[in-house]
Design a protein around this ligand. Structure first.
Ligand code: G3D
Ligand code: MG
Length: 190
């Protein structure tokens, strides 16, 4: 097979409560890169994006929930065929519920997708003191608490991100893409 014919494609669904920054994160990550399509439909939209990993072309289909209201009926279609997932919560103190709801999103995801690699994003870290998160275990989204949660629930990683400043965004997406690439690569040899 020539290099042109090779290439991997991954559907990644991005979930989490409304207004935590899902759309902003996808836009930040794909910004400045060639984005083939950003298709909006009722309830979901997806971004078709290409990048090179280890010299190989990887196509990403980032599925984004556009509205929460009519979402129930679209869930099946939204989740089906996902290779990996991102669950986003917000560190903004008034959005603390978005952290409390992560487990619900995780259960929902597992129901539809089984055990796929999942990365947790703690977004809007620009609105809080990063040093405080690291050192004060009394903050509900402190590093100590979230790290424990991440281990217990077998996320492949946890990243503090800001779609506003760009902090952590590339690293967070790349962690998942590289994992998916490695899994696909290994299974292509067997
Ligand atoms: P959603 O797709 O999860 O619903 P959006 O969330 O991406 O639409 O973001 C919701 C609001 O949060 C937007 O503000 C957006 O600019 C803001 N936002 C997203 N990410 C960050 C971040 O990392 N830091 C800060 N400070 N704000 C962020 P508006 O005012 O447009 O509703
Ligand atoms: Mg959105």
């Amino acid at each position: 097979m020539s290099n042109d014919e090779k290439g991997y494609g991954f559907k990644i669904c991005v979930i989490g409560d409304g207004a935590v920054g899902k759309t902003s994160l996808i836009k930040k990550y794909t910004q400045g890169s060639f984005q083939k399509e950003y298709i909006s439909t009722l309830g979901t939209q997806f971004s078709n994006y290409e990048e090179i990993i280890d010299g190989e072309k990887v196509r990403l289909f980032l599925w984004d929930i556009a509205g929460q209201d009519s979402f129930q009926a679209l869930r099946q279609r939204f989740y089906i065929g996902s290779s990996g997932a991102i669950i986003v919560f917000s560190h903004a103190p008034e959005q603390i519920d978005s952290y409390n709801h992560v487990l619900r999103w995780l259960d929902d995801l597992k129901k539809h997708c089984g055990n796929i690699p999942i990365v947790l994003f703690g977004n809007k870290v620009d609105l809080v003191d990063d040093g405080e998160l690291a050192s004060n275990p009394n903050i509900p989204t402190s590093d100590a608490i979230v790290d424990k949660f991440v281990k217990e629930n077998r996320f492949i990683g946890y990243y503090k991100t800001s779609a506003l400043t760009g902090q952590g965004v590339t690293d967070a997406f790349k962690a998942l893409v590289k994992k998916l690439y490695m899994i696909a690569k290994i299974s292509s040899f067997s």
